[in-house]
Design a protein around this ligand. Structure first.
Ligand code: UDP
Length: 345
């Protein structure tokens, strides 16, 4: 029988890339679930009989039952933009704990393999001197309850623990390290409101010639990973499923680590080269405090470098795309996709 897979959150940034790759690389039957299909409208228009598009909420018990009847269930649905962790903490916890665990319980009943998207943020409030983060050995460090930034990290952490505690559940956990690429998040005021994650926010600023804001000096460091590497990881996972049961995997590129200030400078340089204009003519860099920018309760992880040994050893996966290539592709996409919008506004 042909493999069947459900993508919960198929219309999101990761889901849309994964859906496209599944259609290109497999003959599988796909159930694509989301509330918003704008990123995958072109795939929807193709009316490929292998895909069923379901506009539905994973909070709905009937949807959970239907999804869990697929052989593989990939759960990508989540509120995952830091600007919402403080102002919408309750919804963040429900979306990253309450709903995923209901789906996990249903998968335990049907025997579906649940691939659960968690986050590198489970490692929490890491310091500037943080070591490489190991899936099974590193501690998780979270701030106080008043620091509601950690609502997301703690909900993800608890859902991971819950999955591990459900008897007979076949599951694997993916911890993304700052995936970047076309279709990431949104441009504020155009197709979304609030503050998107840093790649989308800096790209939006560049396209509009607005300031690029460096939160707390832009000293925090991240390891950025191309969405195409992330998709390749998923296929290594699918091909090695027996080895992946019960395991959590960092998915990241330790070679692509830099500070947010360095990222801003690099993105400006790439965009200036693309437009053939001097860098100084583009968005100025401005410093802002975390609380002023995101609101009360904001704290940060200061350094996040993934250990990539486990996915190399168990799945034969290694991220390959250099930071500059991934940024060039993303910035070019943002420019092409949003330039017309910016001229209108
Ligand atoms: N950040 C920033 N300016 C922005 C957006 C984000 O300096 O316009 C910083 C943010 O404070 C954090 C890092 O960039 O230190 C990454 O933030 P993002 O929202 O992309 O996600 P995170 O990795 O924190 O989940």
């Amino acid at each position: 029988m042909e493999t069947s897979i459900a993508l919960v959150g198929a219309g999101g940034f990761v889901g849309s890339h994964l859906l496209q790759a599944l259609l290109q690389r497999t003959p599988w039957k796909i159930l694509a679930v989301d509330l918003d299909f704008h990123r995958i409208q072109n795939l929807k228009n193709e009316k490929d009989s292998r895909v069923e598009f379901l506009r539905a909420d994973i909070a709905d018990a009937e949807v959970i039952q239907k999804v869990s009847r697929s052989e593989i269930v990939v759960n990508l649905a989540a509120i995952c933009t830091p600007s919402r962790y403080m102002s919408e903490a309750q919804a963040v916890i429900e979306s990253n704990f309450s709903h995923p665990v209901e789906l996990a319980k249903a998968c335990a009943q049907t025997g579906a393999w649940l691939v659960y998207f968690s986050t590198s943020e489970v490692y929490g409030k890491t310091s500037q001197g943080a070591e490489v983060l190991d899936e099974d050995a590193s501690d998780f460090i979270q701030g106080s309850i008043r620091a509601s930034r950690w609502s997301y990290a703690v909900a993800k952490q608890l859902s991971e623990r819950y999955l591990a505690a459900i008897p007979h559940l076949k599951y694997s956990v993916v911890r993304p390290f700052n995936f970047i690429g076309p279709w990431m998040d949104f441009m504020p005021g155009v197709d979304g409101e609030g503050i998107p994650r840093v790649l989308a926010n800096f790209s939006s600023a560049l396209v509009r010639n607005d300031p690029m804001f460096l939160v707390n000096g832009g000293n925090a460091r991240r390891s950025f990973t191309s969405i195409h590497d992330a998709v390749d990881f998923m296929f290594c996972l699918f091909e090695n499923r027996e080895k992946a049961y019960g395991e959590a995997f960092n998915v990241g590129n330790a070679k692509n680590e830099l500070s947010i200030r360095e990222l801003a400078v690099l993105m400006r340089r790439i965009y200036a080269r693309m437009l053939s204009v001097p860098e100084e003519a583009l968005s100025p860099l401005k410093e802002v405090s975390g609380e002023a920018y995101y609101g009360k309760g904001y704290e940060d992880s200061l350094r996040r470098i993934p250990s990539v040994e486990k996915s190399k050893k168990l799945l034969g996966f290694e991220a390959k795309i250099p930071l500059e290539d991934a940024l060039e592709e993303s910035i070019c996409w943002f420019h092409t996709h949003y330039s017309a919008e910016c001229k209108r506004s």
